[in-house]
Structure formats: structure tokens, C-alpha cells
Write a protein that binds this ligand. Structure first.
Ligand SMILES: Cc1cc2nc3c(=O)[nH]c(=O)nc-3n(C[C@H](O)[C@H](O)[C@H](O)COP(=O)(O)O)c2cc1C
Length: 149
């Protein structure tokens, strides 16, 4: 069983609600899960050789929500280099009517790839147009993802 830190990026709360449901699924599988709404570098580094799940919506034109943007830029991107021991997953919430569909999730994924972390499973894109209740799709994905850890 894995120790998993879920880092959430949200504007209106959809990603947070999704993260809470996913946390339940992973906990039921026997994983030890902690959810961070405003996680910083210290929390991130506690999972450097464990598992991180990013669950983030996209705002503006492909941007990261305010509650996760500093973690991305000033901390993970600027202060950490190589992260070879980290395994991670990404659930990206977005809306396909934007050109920058699920941009924030893809931005985080690209950075972690660049830093040598290992993504477990495929990045999950959840389109608000097709899935008004993102947690349903996310929980199905999380059940399969948790089994890979
Ligand atoms: C002002 C605004 C800008 C948005 N920009 C994007 C975008 O660039 N790309 C995208 O895929 N979705 C975009 N979205 C859609 C949100 O990411 C989507 O509705 C998501 O479910 C919101 O989740 P949250 O409540 O956790 O913030 C935008 C939504 C709003 C209201």
C-alpha cells in the first residue's frame, strides 16, 4: 500500500469535491492518503519518494488556480530539480470549449516529466461539458490507478 499526497488546485470547488471522493476510494483500497488544499514545498517534499496525485482545474486561458500556482512556480519548478523517486498521477478538470483544454493538468504533468518523475497511468482529462459530476469519472479512474501502486 502506498502513501499518497493529493494536491488540489481549484477555483470554484469542483476539483476539491473530486479530490475528497478520490481520497475515499484510495483509502478504501488501503492506501494512506492526505489531501492538501494549500500544500507547500514542505508537504510536497514529504512525498518525494512516495506518490503524489495532482487534481487541478484550469482557469483563465490554460492557467493554474491561485491556490496551486505558487506551489508550481515558486516551489516545485524553481526550488526542486530532479525528482527521480517520485511517482505521480494527474486528474485534470477542464472545459473543451477552451483551446487550452485541461491546460493546468498538462502543465504540471510536463514539469514532472521534465524533472524525471514517473507518471503512473494516463493523465485523466475530465470535460465539464460531458461530465457535470466530475467525481464519478474520477472515482472510476482512481480505483484502477490505486491498483497500479
Ligand atoms: C473563468 C474560467 C476560465 C476557464 N478556463 C479554462 C481553460 O483555459 N481551459 C479549460 O480546460 N477549462 C477552463 N475552465 C473550466 C474549468 O476548469 C472547469 O469548469 C472546472 O470544472 C472548474 O473546476 P473548479 O471548480 O475546481 O475550479 C474555465 C472556467 C472558468 C469559469
Amino acid at each position: 500500500m502506498a502513501q499518497i499526497g493529493i494536491f488540489v488546485g481549484t477555483v470554484y470547488g469542483n476539483a476539491l469535491l473530486t479530490a475528497e471522493e478520490v481520497e475515499s476510494v484510495l483509502t478504501e483500497q488501503g492506501h494512506q492518503v492526505t489531501l492538501f488544499e494549500d500544500g507547500g514545498l514542505e508537504q510536497w517534499q514529504a512525498y518525494a519518494d512516495r506518490v503524489i496525485l495532482i487534481i487541478t482545474s484550469t482557469t483563465g486561458q490554460g492557467g493554474l488556480p491561485d491556490n496551486i500556482v505558487a506551489l508550481f512556480h515558486q516551489q516545485v519548478k524553481d526550488k526542486l530539480g530532479h525528482q527521480p523517486a517520485l511517482r505521480y498521477g494527474v486528474i485534470a478538470l477542464g472545459d473543451s470549449s477552451y483551446d487550452t483544454f485541461c491546460g493546468a493538468g498538462h502543465t504540471f504533468d510536463a514539469l514532472l516529466q521534465e524533472q524525471g518523475a514517473t507518471r503512473v497511468g494516463d493523465l485523466l482529462e475530465i470535460d465539464a461539458v460531458e461530465h457535470p459530476e466530475p467525481e464519478t469519472l474520477a472515482c472510476r479512474w482512481a480505483a484502477a490507478w490505486g491498483a497500479l501502486l
